[in-house]
Design a protein around this ligand. Structure first.
Ligand code: AMP
Ligand code: GLY
Length: 442
């Protein structure tokens, strides 16, 4: 099977490894020279992933049978529609279906229209005056977001980043004045609880869940600092999380299944991996966002333990025939992203970084290259996350130990890691927080 992968990050490297394990012949398009992806590819092209024409030409040239698009930006410009128009099957959603991620208003309106549980109070605006008038009517804390895409970095939460009405309005003005996200402002009710990620494979109708994962958005240890694309994540051997019950997980599945049904009813069939970000509250899981793709880093937790052939799963998603079970090993994983110093504010990029892959492997871990590049035959950091290191073992604590051992084999001049991710203290803090808001009961 000749497969095209689009994207050059850690998520795409994890996908490429999974395609490789399941016997695919891989061709890749990416903007940076990711050495992990290059190693597994029969051919590759370095180009802007949003350059639809260039990607389609390369796909034709390579006689591609199946395409997989990792990041959201090429989905938003209709890469899947263009690939399908030239007869290539895609395990990723069309532009219309991807609006579930690319427009936060579209997502909230869809839930409202179809009366899907898990929605939050919201309203979107195209000017600051109306936004302010609305905020003044609210009795609850809010979250301010640009409606469009911002790479996971545009969200500000009252009580965390915004401490007064002035703070809120300053940020609202900043979004309008700089046209951040390009589509106005959405004000959402703030959900309080613990977050978890439920990803599923979807063929337009059927979903198959992946293990739950918890990401860490804040840049610094102790969950402080600016929001980032995600500094690291963990999953447990039973595919739940220590603070999520089986029935709460099923509630999350039901919400995602209803979203998939609603999209189909409204004429935009969704095929591909779907990512549900939930806040587990005292009233059950509330939807924070849906992404039209794998999460990054979350893909690095689940793909290395996928037992079923990834190529078969992608073919079935593309063809609408995902009727078989999708299995994962009963293993825990802890992923910590090595990022450039300053990431989240202003990255020190273009500096050397190296990975001793044998050392990583002997530590019981895998390393996925992300936003790195090859310049004058040397591996250097970009401005975004550099290398994801994933420890895999029978429990979170052991997986975390493996990850830490493996991190010694990643060397760089100006790199940074959130070492607290997956450590017993931080996981326990999540459990205690959830127990506290549940009133002492699990
Ligand atoms: P997003 O990019 O939409 O995932 O938002 C980034 C982060 O902001 C989330 O992971 C949450 O921690 C927080 N967040 C976003 N929306 C809400 C909300 N409605 N209530 C509480 N926290 C939120
Ligand atoms: N880790 C969150 C995301 O991929 O958007």
């Amino acid at each position: 099977m000749r497969v095209l992968t689009v994207g050059g990050g850690g998520r795409e490297h994890a996908a490429v490894e999974a395609f490789h394990r399941s016997g695919a012949e891989i061709y890749a398009v990416m903007k940076n020279a990711n050495p992990g992806i290059i190693k597994r590819s029969k051919g590759y092209k370095l180009t802007d992933e949003k350059n639809v024409q260039a990607v389609c030409e390369y796909a034709k040239e390579c006689n591609i049978e199946l395409a997989f698009v990792g990041p959201e930006a090429p989905l938003e410009v209709g890469l899947v529609d263009a690939l399908e128009a030239i007869g290539i099957k895609c395990a990723s959603p069309t532009k219309a279906a991807a609006r579930i991620e690319t427009s936060k208003t579209f997502m909230r309106e869809l839930l409202k229209k179809h009366r899907i549980k898990g929605n939050l109070g919201f309203a979107s605006f195209d000017n600051a005056k109306d936004t302010e008038a609305y905020i003044k009517t609210l009795k609850y804390d809010i979250v301010v977001k640009p409606v469009g895409l911002t790479g996971g970095k545009g969200v500000k939460v009252q009580g965390e980043h915004l401490h007064s009405h002035d703070d809120i309005m300053r940020y609202v003005h900043e979004i309008f004045d700089n046209n951040i996200g390009g589509a106005g402002v959405i004000i959402e009710e703030k959900a309080v609880g613990e977050e978890f990620t439920q990803m599923v494979f979807c063929d337009g109708t059927n979903i198959r869940p992946m293990p739950l994962v918890q990401d860490h958005k804040r840049a610094y240890e102790g969950d402080v600092g600016p929001n980032t694309g995600g500094m690291g994540s963990y999953s447990d051997a039973d595919h739940l999380l220590p603070f999520v019950t089986g029935s709460e997980r099923i509630e999350g599945h039901k919400i995602i299944q209803r979203i998939v049904n609603a999209l189909r009813k409204d004429g935009c069939v969704y095929r591909g991996p779907m990512f549900g970000q939930f806040m587990l509250t005292t009233e059950g899981p509330k939807l924070i966002e849906i992404n039209a793709r794998f999460g990054d880093p979350e893909a690095m937790n689940v793909l290395p333990i996928l037992r079923t052939s990834f190529t078969d799963v992608c073919l079935a998603m593309a063809a609408g025939t995902l009727k078989f079970d999708v299995e994962f090993e009963k293993k825990a994983t802890v992923c910590k992203y090595v990022v450039p110093e300053g990431y989240g504010v202003k990255s020190k990029a273009g500096l050397p970084i190296s990975v001793d892959e044998a050392g990583v492997k002997n530590s019981g871990a895998v390393a996925y290259f992300a936003n790195v590049d090859i310049v004058d035959d040397k591996l250097v950091t970009g401005t975004s996350r550099s290398v994801g290191v994933v420890g895999i073992a029978d429990g979170i604590e052991w997986a975390e130990g493996n990850c830490e051992r493996a991190l010694n084999y990643v060397k760089g001049d100006a790199i940074f890691v959130r070492h607290d991710i997956g450590k017993r203290e931080l996981v326990q803090k999540r459990v205690d927080h959830m127990n506290k808001i549940r009133g002492g009961k699990k």
